[in-house]
Design a protein around this ligand. Structure first.
Ligand SMILES: *Cc1c(COP(=O)(O)O)cnc(C)c1O
Length: 418
């Protein structure tokens, strides 16, 4: 069909479609917020465009700087983690990188726990080193070692509780105090705790009523894990309780162009209301499986911070289990398979699992398993780890009984004790 000849009153159909009247519904109330997508955001006048301030969220200027959808997610994540300001980035790793790029300059040094999330170490060894920023690894289970390694050049200390893969739980309050005493920024990778197992901005739980809180400066969170909950979205956040520090991060974020997609933000917004229930369910299943593993002969060592005898268990108790029996933990644990079994046998055990899928990341409904080569991941084999092959499990939302039967069948087939 031919378009009519355009006029001011009846524009060309293409123009008409683009300028179709639309006002966001003011009186539409529903459980989930609407999704606002934009690169361009209109200004009524040039003067308004020049005046608009985006840094404090008082106005919208450009999709990359924030939309109603991303602002809403940022506010809810602040509620989850006990922070005051939040910046969203396209992955958890981007959150770690943004923190480093925002606060470190040439000549600075960053300290990283030796059991940190591997790609954070790779970031320091790859990109940061090229910028003349040095890094050193400290023993996360020895706060004295952290103190020894802090020098006048140390600008940032990374903390992780527990460490990725080997799951040692450090004495977080002690390490934060040491950073405070030396005037060094401390940033926590808060993915495991997710804002639920402990409050990174009130580590002693006495922060109400105006006391000075013992808090990390920065919390970085891989929203890819529990906030997404689906194994289908990559996103990260950087949360603070200091306006000047937040502004520094926000400016770096803007200059690097690290926006997130509205539909991804909406997916996380849809998952957040159930995060506490899911976290508790993942936790319960992980503990059932970990308890089962403890009784199995191929298990040389169990690494789950809520279990007696696991590395850093007392620190987990002090931080997460103040009212004994109420402490929470994520659905993650590792098992050191006895050294009498070869890597090939352990690989066959993992391949033999039917419900557990082999895959990185965690936090979704499907249980996952990955064998790790600890020797290649650490400076030296940690004294508190038994020899063997480490297998990391992340529990999904399946029935714990079904998962145990699955572990049992593959163990019988591939890890015979006779
Ligand atoms: C998964 C993870 C990250 C990175 O998240 P991505 O979204 O996969 O980049 C960072 N830290 C920890 C502890 C993680 O488990």
């Amino acid at each position: 069909m031919q378009d009519e000849k355009p006029s001011a009153a009846t524009p060309h159909i293409a123009t008409g479609l683009i300028h179709h009247p639309y006002t966001p519904p003011a009186d539409f109330q529903a459980p989930q917020p609407g999704v606002f997508k934009a690169s361009t955001v209109y200004f009524p006048t040039v003067a308004d465009m020049r005046q608009r301030e985006w840094k404090d969220k008082s106005a919208y200027t450009y999709g990359l700087h924030g939309t109603p959808t991303t602002y809403m997610l940022e506010e809810r994540l602040c509620t989850l983690e006990g922070g005051l300001q939040c910046v969203l980035v396209p992955s958890g790793l981007a959150a770690l990188a943004l923190v480093a790029l925002a606060v470190l300059s040439t000549g600075d040094e960053v300290l990283i726990p030796d059991n940190a999330y591997g790609p954070n170490k790779a970031l320091a060894d790859g990109e940061l080193r090229h910028f003349g920023i040095t890094h050193r690894f400290y023993d996360p289970m020895d706060p004295e070692d952290l103190s020894r390694q802090i020098t006048p050049r140390t600008r940032l200390v990374w903390l992780e509780a527990p460490g990725s893969v080997s799951m040692e739980f450090p004495d977080l309050p002690d390490m934060v105090r040491r950073c405070r005493a030396r005037g060094v920024l401390c940033a926590l990778d808060n993915t495991w705790g997710a804002g639920l197992a402990f409050n990174a901005f009130d580590l002693l739980g006495d922060g109400e009523g105006g006391q000075v809180r013992l808090a990390v400066d920065i919390s970085a969170h891989a929203l890819t894990k529990y906030p997404s909950g689906g194994g289908d979205v990559l996103m990260g956040s950087v949360i603070t309780r200091d306006a000047a520090l937040h502004l520094k991060i926000k400016l770096c974020h803007m200059r690097l162009g690290l926006g997130v997609a509205a539909n991804d933000a909406e997916t996380v917004l849809r998952s957040l209301p159930s995060i506490a229930l899911r976290y508790a369910a993942h936790d319960q299943t992980a503990r059932a499986l970990a308890a089962w593993w403890q009784a199995q002969p191929p298990c040389a060592q169990l690494m789950h911070p809520a279990f007696e005898g696991a590395p850093g268990h007392a620190h987990w108790q002090a931080l997460c289990d103040r009212v004994p029996g109420t402490g929470q933990a994520a659905g993650l644990f590792s098992v050191m398979i006895d050294a009498r079994f070869s890597q090939t046998q352990v690989d066959a055990f993992c391949d033999g699992l039917k419900l557990f899928k082999i895959g990185y990341s965690w936090g979704g409904p499907v249980s996952l398993v990955v064998p790790y080569d600890i020797a290649s991941m650490r400076q030296a084999w940690p004294g508190h780890l038994k020899p063997g092959t480490l297998v990391r499990f992340s529990t999904g939302l399946e029935s714990a009984q079904d998962l145990i039967l699955d572990l049992h069948q593959s163990m019988q087939a591939h890890l015979p004790m006779a």
